[in-house]
Design a protein around this ligand. Structure first.
Ligand SMILES: Nc1ncnc2c1ncn2[C@@H]1O[C@H](COP(=O)(O)OP(=O)(O)O)[C@@H](O)[C@H]1O
Ligand SMILES: [Mg+2]
Length: 283
């Protein structure tokens, strides 16, 4: 049985209730700054576990919302919003360009797949667990470098690389896992920044830059290999890192989904939702 009930516009309260045989019964109420999360796990009419948990809204991002759980961990809620411009998807864009039904869950599924692979390869990440049905991922909290950086690894000259260096690079030219860092600054169109500028401005230390570059190459190669198994080629990928709040270690944060990479099959670009389907078909 599956049912949905109780919608109220007063004070922006939304309650949804889902009942599935042997599945968690979850009620979620969303207030402007607080989300109430009530979970009752029932199996064969037996109550296994129930609990009310209050989560605090911290940040509304372009594609995800960030909440803080009672135990200090963070929860990322994946939305169906996708970055791009004028209805066309672009992983490099810093505006929400379109809404794709199911994009949130698809992004989370692929993210979970890659974070599990990272875990198996002993790569430090923020990942704890994922609830695909509710499109949420529980993660360890981290502080970002400065006001946030993005680290790009490039295998082919496309996107902003080509726009900047088109005088020297032909479209699609092979690049040897070229790593570059950009500042998350929507107003300035996420400008690239060099290692020495990052150190000079006190955004990160030389040691942190080395760790970040090494992890970027390692993670990008892992993703490239996984895509390669399905006959898909990775052109470029964008990652985020932070300092773990627990011990200050540089860890991979955020997500690894179709929304932050460019992937091609037989020279044809694969949309994020299609990529998720192709990659997880055998899962
Ligand atoms: N473990 C973490 N700790 C702290 N912040 C995180 C963590 N994982 C992701 N984030 C941040 O959460 C936000 C996720 O929402 P998103 O929609 O991707 O934001 P944005 O619009 O900034 O890209 C990002 O700003 C990202 O830096
Ligand atoms: Mg983002």
């Amino acid at each position: 049985m599956r049912s949905s009930c109780c919608g109220s516009t007063r004070r922006n309260v939304i309650i949804t209730l889902q009942v599935g045989a042997d599945k968690p019964l979850t009620a979620i109420g969303v207030l402007p700054n607080v989300m109430l999360y009530y979970k009752i796990f029932v199996k064969s009419n037996q109550l296994l576990q129930k609990g009310l948990c209050i989560v605090k809204h911290l940040y509304t991002g372009k594609t995800k919302d960030v909440y803080e759980l009672e135990n200090g961990n963070y929860m990322l809620k994946f939305k169906d919003d996708v970055t791009g411009e004028n209805g066309v998807f672009d992983p490099g864009a810093n505006t929400v360009g379109l809404v794709m039904e199911g994009a949130g869950r698809a992004g989370l599924r692929l993210t979970t797949f890659f974070f599990e692979k990272c875990k198996a390869a002993n790569i430090p990440t923020h990942y704890i667990d994922a609830d695909i049905e509710n499109a949420t991922m529980t993660v360890a909290p981290a502080t970002v470098f400065g006001k946030g950086l993005e680290v790009i690894c490039r295998y082919r000259a496309v996107g902003s690389f080509l726009r900047r260096y088109g005088l020297y690079a032909q479209e699609g030219r092979a690049l040897d896992a070229f790593v570059e860092v950009t500042i998350k600054d929507d107003a300035r169109q996420d400008p690239p920044i060099s290692q020495s500028a990052l150190e000079m401005l006190g955004v990160l230390s030389a040691g942190e830059y080395t760790a970040l570059e090494k992890l970027t190459k390692q993670i990008s190669q892992l993703v490239k290999d996984e895509l390669g198994k399905m006959g898909i080629e990775l052109y470029d990928i964008k990652l985020e890192f932070g300092r773990s709040k627990k011990d200050g270690q540089v860890i991979l944060i955020d997500e690894i989904s179709g929304g932050n990479m460019r992937a091609y099959k037989g020279g044809v670009y694969i949309e994020p939702l299609e990529l998720e389907k192709l990659m997880l078909a055998a899962e």
